[in-house]
Design a protein around this ligand. Sequence first.
Ligand code: ZN
Length: 278
Amino acid sequence: MHPYDQPHRPSAQVYRLRRAVAASALVVVAGVGWQAVGSDGGEEAAPTTTTSSTTTTLPALPACAEGEEITSRDPDQDWATILVDTARALPATYGPPDLHNISQAGFPFTEGQALRGLVMDDLAAMRQAAEANGTPIGVLASYRSYPTQVDLFTRRVDQLGASEAGSRVARPGHSEHQLGTTIDVAEQGALDVDQSFGASPTGQWIASNAHEYGFILSYPAESSATTCYDFEPWHLRYVGRDHAAAVIDSGVTLRQYLWDLEQRGTTTPPVPSTAPPQ
Ligand SMILES: [Zn+2]
């Protein structure tokens, strides 16, 4: 498989740093900053007149570690906000109910390249905008089933040994690609991608604009302490435009954002801040 399929996680030394960071981090959110808006999660908006002055301390984002906690949430409904990481997994039996070939978003038909139908309109819009900018994109990977991830992981274990493979490949159930909302992009026509994509005009356009179409880089640069993966300038998860705007507004990584949302017990994005990032 291509390198982009094998995100590798940093060394044990970095893990120790992560634990130290996580142990010292307390997420403090003022109640008025997280009033629910929109209908993305199908929840009632919280009363906007709430003036609670209490400060809630939420459980801190866990340090990066492997685990086998199967999510209790429904990926069909909670595709935008469900957390999938090195500890939290999707059920082995889960597959999206509404897969469509990416040709529906205007890309050339490619056998086996499929995503959920709900992604298509915004993916088409992003494709068109990238092309209009003179930096057209292609899709290298999209939905990946649990059995496909098993095959990928097994091959890497054969090649590298269990220990090394375990640090370089998302284990089955732990890949966002299983959601059917996640893509790996590259320059149009490219057959592979690596971290240098991040510095290319196309990669820079993606980094600056993908959120406008509801896509977030799950593993941005210099963020492995909270994302648990090295920089992947090609890996985009679709969370919808409202959540994507809120992630950018928050200034935190997607994993941190989704964790915080879960601790708040909501699936609706917080009100965008008008204040500059702190
Ligand atoms: Zn990916």
